[in-house]
Design a protein around this ligand. Structure first.
Ligand code: AHN
Ligand code: ZN
Length: 298
């Protein structure tokens, strides 16, 4: 494409992203089957509509590992909805129902999900705001998955996680995105996004592209080029069920016994764990990815 037709990569505003994280946390824990969850969902739909997305509510009832019926809604915001060439950007908007980390000592702790959930969604809302101001030459599906975090920690039962992603993957509506990027726990200070195993197995070219872009943009310490563990996250189901190559950008900490950050699934997952610079690193890299795919310069 001639240079003058290319759309410049907009500046990702970390203060705006941070405010979108805080706004979600202010609803209280977004636990399945609670009023706070449903109110947050309506707020998210309102933001995507405000930014010009065509929004689909994908509602369904999922059955949890313990038999609970979970009233669920994936929120799909489409930009350039008619374009055939599309990229999927996703995060989960529900929060965990129980603070069952082995590191949590308080029996009354609740998970506020500032990092685990809201950070990825906050980054995507800021990207959505930019998409609304300046349309890239590519379609973008922003998918906010529900019912990710009601899984069974008791080992083995991996299909109990990512129920929203499983539903989405079994019910792809409209044009299939070319590839996907999942953001999970992208808000903590000094986060490290090692190259996650399922991402490398199912979407190696996307991993290479994103990690190179991050290094070129000056964020090599957030995106170290080393292999991380395999994590049963939403992207696993998009890869295996929908067969859409999808990577997971996730703050995996193999040195910790939970294999995640210390505040994971504890009462400490609050706004004070969120560092705007981490949101900016992830947000600016993914914004560049989208606009440069559209311009054909990556
Ligand atoms: C497992 O622990 C099997 N999956 C973690 C996925 C997750 C939970 N991401 C955020 N919260
Ligand atoms: Zn979680």
């Amino acid at each position: 494409m001639p240079k003058e037709d290319q759309v410049p990569v907009p500046k990702f505003d970390m203060d705006s992203a941070y405010a979108y994280v805080a706004a979600q946390v202010a609803f209280g824990p977004r636990v399945m089957n609670t009023p706070a969850h449903d109110a947050a969902g309506e707020w998210l739909i309102g933001r995507l509509e405000e930014f010009g997305a065509t929004v689909e509510r994908q509602t369904f009832t999922a059955t949890a590992y313990d038999g609970t019926a979970l009233k669920s809604m994936n929120i799909i915001g489409r930009f350039n909805p008619e374009m055939e060439d599309r990229i999927l950007l996703a995060a989960h908007w529900d929060t965990r129902h129980v603070a069952d980390s082995p590191l949590e000592t308080s029996p009354t702790a609740v998970v506020n999900g500032a990092d685990d959930g809201a950070s990825g969604v906050g980054v995507l809302l800021e990207i959505a705001r930019q998409l609304g101001k300046s349309a890239p030459h590519i379609g973008v599906d922003i998918v906010l998955f529900d019912a990710e975090d009601y899984g069974d920690t008791g080992g083995g039962n991996t299909n109990s996680w990512g129920l929203g992603a499983q539903y989405y993957s079994n019910n792809i509506s409209g044009i299939r995105p070319r590839y996907g990027v999942l953001l999970d726990m992208v808000g903590a200070r000094d986060a490290e996004f090692a190259m996650e195993q399922y991402s490398l197995r199912f979407a190696p070219d996307v991993v290479r592209k994103v990690w190179k872009l991050a290094a070129d943009m000056g964020f090599p310490h957030y995106f170290p080029k080393r292999n991380g563990g395999g994590i049963t996250d939403d992207h696993y189901f998009v890869n295996t069920i929908a067969k859409i190559p999808m990577i997971d950008i996730i703050n995996h900490r193999p040195e910790n016994k939970t294999s995640f950050v210390a505040h994971w699934h504890t009462g400490e997952d609050n706004m004070d764990k969120i560092d705007k610079r981490t949101l900016r690193a992830v947000g600016q890299v993914i914004t560049a990815l989208v606009y440069r795919e559209g311009n054909g310069t990556i």
